[in-house]
Design a protein around this ligand. Structure first.
Ligand SMILES: *[C@@H]1O[C@H](CO)[C@@H](O)[C@H](O)[C@H]1NC(C)=O
Ligand SMILES: *[C@@H]1O[C@H](CO)[C@@H](O)[C@H](O)[C@H]1NC(C)=O
Ligand SMILES: *[C@@H]1O[C@H](CO)[C@@H](O)[C@H](O)[C@H]1NC(C)=O
Length: 640
């Protein structure tokens, strides 16, 4: 008995000492001689996977994180999205799918360290690159040491950084490094006062011992504008780039420190009207192996892409062409949009296992999927009733941009009365339209013009006294390069023939995410016959469907198939699933997380806002199917 008791006491003391010392000694540092990270004094490198918490329901976070760890990754990399956390100036949201401290805790429970990219700018194919849209109400110089801009950044960081602090590695949490800005070198402004100021703000809030870093493309011009002292400089590059060569470019700007590829691309982003992007598994593993053999740390961008639900996907502007991104952020990543593992996942795991211990973790490789339908859709409101219920309105001499109205996303109706006698037809011109407009004269639909289609003029037949209505759709704010500063809506003159039209009224919702809960007045709904009798145009049309799952069907992941519709957005039980545009591809189906469905006997509600005329409306036979497989690789129109 006695010897045993002694052993027990001894063990207890040892464990106690261990726990205590673990708390005291948690340190994450850089060794500039060995050019590596030091974790608690030991050489360390990370193989991280990007997964943005704002692209998956929080109920699925643990599943996705566990799969990251099970592939052998030892870290998670994520952006923080300012625009989602501060959707209106001074109003903050950290609940549910935006609960970042919950996300950090779940990452730590999954045995992952966290590489945190706090911005303020992200890009990430999000609306406005993750910046809050309302910044565009001010005369700001974005991503610079401009006082107005920095005032908002500091206010935001004063809210954000105290939330991060307890989760730093030194404080017992999983966060090992913190990135400021993103690919700042590519922005072309070289404002060192800006990036140093960001660095100093973060250092003073989190401590100077926290490793801050920057990420840039491996070219000299960019790195010259991006590398600042007291921060680690990292680069991003994909398949086909020789590590020795690109890290050589980095070394010309930063002689020492661990080598990190902060974005290694196992896939790529998609845009409406362009073929789905894919990267071959063998290319990915070949180049991954090279990076790991080079002793570098690496982060997959993306390891799990997820979905840009709601109105959160953004757009590119390239060679004068506006290119909005799709709703799916599958990214051809190792875990697909529904969080299922793929062949790429297995192949990557094999490569990682050559370099890092891969834990034995049991995972469910794919979630259950269900299919059902068709769900019949009834027309419940059509243009113009949609815009006349209890919405906001504002009059102004000239058409106002969304931001100045206080409209975050979705649609704004611009109306004016034609007070002269136009020739018939006359050309309606909106040189600065952002991004797409549906045009009506005396409530009769004339057609649409679109920026992506590069058509900004349309002939219309109108009389003196006619009411011109223009429904403008925001297809997503630009998130890369200098064009990020663009406003949405009609920005500039609208002319009919040679005359500039004045005296506009605007009807809008502040946020279309709330359309079903706040903006959608069921009382204005009319039947298809009533709408037709009034001689109204049918689009934008609001369609509604109700369905109940069968008693023996459990809610599970499914894919909404809108291929009987043309273009719009759809809500399930009040949640906006995102934009659909099957006519344009490559995405057809919208991912529906099973946790957003209600099980038997509860009823589910589907609300669709269809923007273009669509054949099924004419006979009142619109329906939607739910499939058990995604379709995000459909053919796209030629020469769109
Ligand atoms: C975030 O999640 C944690 C649980 O991990 C919870 O305690 C906290 O209240 C949540 N915060 C918000 C704002 O909902
Ligand atoms: C990687 O590290 C190993 C072990 O320290 C070393 O032998 C090797 O030369 C390093 N490779 C490169 C490319 O630096
Ligand atoms: C399209 O509509 C037809 C006729 O209502 C229906 O049979 C079909 O299932 C629908 N397809 C989809 C993908 O919803």
């Amino acid at each position: 008995m006695i010897p045993q008791r002694i052993t027990q006491v001894f063990l207890y003391v040892c464990l106690f000492t261990l726990t205590l010392s673990a708390k005291v000694d948690r340190k994450f540092e850089i060794d500039n001689v060995k050019n590596c990270f030091l974790k608690d004094g030991e050489p360390f490198r990370y193989v991280a996977g990007c997964f943005h918490y704002f692209r998956a329901p929080h109920q699925y976070w643990t599943d996705r994180l566990t799969k990251l760890r099970a592939a052998g990754l030892n870290a998670l990399q994520t952006y923080i999205e300012w625009g989602s956390h501060e959707p209106r100036e001074g109003e903050y949201n950290f609940e549910g799918d935006l609960n970042i401290t919950d996300f950090f805790e779940k990452a730590q429970e999954a045995d992952l360290l966290v590489v945190l990219r706090i911005g303020p700018y992200a890009c990430a194919e999000r609306d406005f690159g993750g910046l809050p849209w309302w910044l565009l109400q001010y005369n700001v110089k974005l991503r610079s040491n401009d006082d107005i801009y920095m005032n908002y950044v500091e206010k935001w960081f004063n809210v954000l950084l105290p939330k991060i602090k307890p989760y730093l590695y030194k404080n017992g949490g999983p966060i090992i490094t913190v990135q400021i800005e993103n690919e700042y070198g590519a922005f072309g402004t070289c404002d060192f006062e800006y990036t140093s100021r960001l660095r100093d703000i973060v250092h003073s809030a989190l401590g100077k011992d926290v490793i801050l870093f920057t990420t840039d493309q491996p070219n000299h011009d960019g790195l010259r504008c991006a590398v600042i002292d007291q921060t680690l400089a990292t680069i991003d590059f994909g398949i086909g780039q020789e590590p020795s060569k690109v890290f050589g470019v980095l070394r010309a700007h930063r002689a020492s420190g661990p080598l990190v590829n902060s974005e290694f691309y196992p896939g790529w982003l998609d845009r409406w009207g362009e073929a789905h992007q894919k990267r071959s598994t063998s290319d990915v593993t070949y180049w991954l192996d090279k990076i790991l053999a080079y002793n570098a740390s690496v982060a997959f961008y993306m390891f799990y892409g997820g979905t840009s639900f709601g109105f959160n996907s953004g757009a590119n502007f390239e060679s004068g062409v506006y290119k909005p991104q799709i709703t799916s952020y599958d990214y051809d990543s190792p875990m697909n949009e529904a969080g299922d593992t793929t062949d790429k996942y297995d192949a990557i795991k094999k490569v990682i296992s050559k370099y890092l211990p891969v834990p034995e973790i049991e995972i469910k490789e794919s979630s259950d999927k269900i299919k059902f339908g068709p769900v019949k859709l009834e027309l419940t409101a059509a243009f113009p009733q949609l815009f006349t219920s209890s919405w906001k309105s504002k009059s102004a001499t000239d058409p106002q941009a969304f931001e100045y109205l206080g409209a975050r996303n979705g649609l704004v109706l611009y109306s004016t009365k034609i007070d002269f006698r136009p020739t018939s037809p006359s050309t309606l011109t909106m040189a600065n339209l952002r991004d797409r407009a549906y045009i009506y004269v005396d409530k009769v639909y004339q057609g649409y013009v679109g920026r992506q289609e590069k058509s900004l003029v349309i002939p219309i037949r109108a009389k003196k006294g006619s009411i011109l209505d223009i429904v403008v759709e925001n297809q997503g704010r630009i998130n890369y390069d200098q064009q990020i500063a663009e406003h949405k809506g009609i920005f500039g003159d609208v002319s009919l023939g040679s005359k500039v039209l004045k005296n506009w009224n605007h009807i809008y919702l502040e946020d279309w995410e709330d359309f079903v809960t706040k903006g959608y007045d069921l009382k204005v709904a009319g039947s298809l016959e009533e709408v037709k009798n009034l001689g109204q145009s049918l689009t934008p049309a609001v369609l509604k469907g109700q369905f109940t799952l069968a008693a023996d069907v459990k809610p599970a992941d499914t894919f909404l198939n809108p291929s009987n519709l043309t273009k719009g957005f759809v809500y399930l039980n009040g949640k906006c699933l995102g934009r659909y545009w099957p006519a344009n591809g490559p995405q057809i189906t919208l991912y529906v997380p099973g946790v957003w469905l209600k099980g038997y006997p509860e009823s589910n509600e589907l609300v669709v806002v269809e923007l273009e005329d669509t054949p099924c409306l004419a006979d009142g036979k619109c329906s939607i199917n739910f499939d058990d497989t995604p379709q995000i690789d459909a053919p796209v129109p030629e020469n769109f």
